[in-house]
Design a protein around this ligand. Structure first.
Ligand SMILES: [Zn+2]
Length: 230
């Protein structure tokens, strides 16, 4: 039996009041609107697209969503997304284990990796300090980073970290996060630098071109020399 009715037509008949769509469509819309940046209208567009497509396409999408949850986790060292733990960056013997570049999200790490300009390790905070959204330092992986700095055993091959590069986005929250980290690292025996401001304020790393990011790495500003004082 063909179940391919025109959902937008059904919606028009039921404008206002009770749910406009059959229950399975409503359930899909509810789940889609839970995604960031997806409002009711976008959810409808996605749902109609899935309904119009073939069953294999819907299966592939459902499988991809399940697999991303069952097969991908966070690296126990750097918190990057990975299939293997530790991740391929942490286990790569060619990378400089004395340097750690701290970023907000895995997507920032990917943008920086695409420049092929950085050969050290990373630490992914999985967010940024944002008091207005109720995100404090304890909700991020800052404690894990400080443990890596304090105890070389927490770093691949037990190599001690000598330089921490702050790679937060140039936003108010990114700056606040960098300041907080700088405070935490002040009395620890590591150099601290910050990526150069090639990035226009308010921009995010994923929007920057490779060249701009490469400049930001090369021109990083030292904030603090090795042990102790600024
Ligand atoms: Zn890792």
């Amino acid at each position: 039996m063909c179940l391919r009715y025109d959902v937008s037509e059904t919606a028009r008949h039921h404008a206002g009041g009770s749910p406009a769509y059959p229950a399975p469509v409503e359930r899909l819309l509810v789940e889609l609107t839970r995604l960031p940046g997806i409002g009711r209208r976008s959810a409808e567009r996605l749902a109609f697209h899935i309904l119009k497509g073939d069953a294999e396409g819907a299966d592939r999408l459902a499988r991809a969503i399940q697999e991303v949850k069952s097969e991908i986790g966070h690296c126990s060292v750097c918190s990057n997304l990975t299939e293997a733990d530790p991740c391929p960056i942490c286990t790569n013997p060619k990378r400089d284990r004395t340097m750690v570049l701290v970023v907000e999200q895995p997507k920032d790490l990917i943008a920086l990796e695409q420049t092929a300009m950085y050969g050290g390790l990373y630490h992914v905070l999985l967010g940024r300090v944002s008091p207005l959204d109720g995100i404090g330092p304890e909700s991020l992986t800052i404690a894990d980073l400080l443990r890596r700095v304090d105890d070389p055993a927490g770093n691949p091959d037990g190599v001690a970290i000598q330089e921490v590069i702050l790679g937060m986005n140039p936003t108010v929250e990114g700056d606040g996060t960098a300041l907080y980290l700088m405070e935490q690292l002040r009395d620890r025996p590591v150099r601290v630098s910050r990526l150069a401001r090639g990035l226009p304020s308010g921009w995010s790393m994923e929007m920057a071109s490779k060249a701009v990011l490469a400049d930001a790495i090369e021109g990083r500003r030292q904030l603090k020399h090795e042990p102790g004082g600024a």
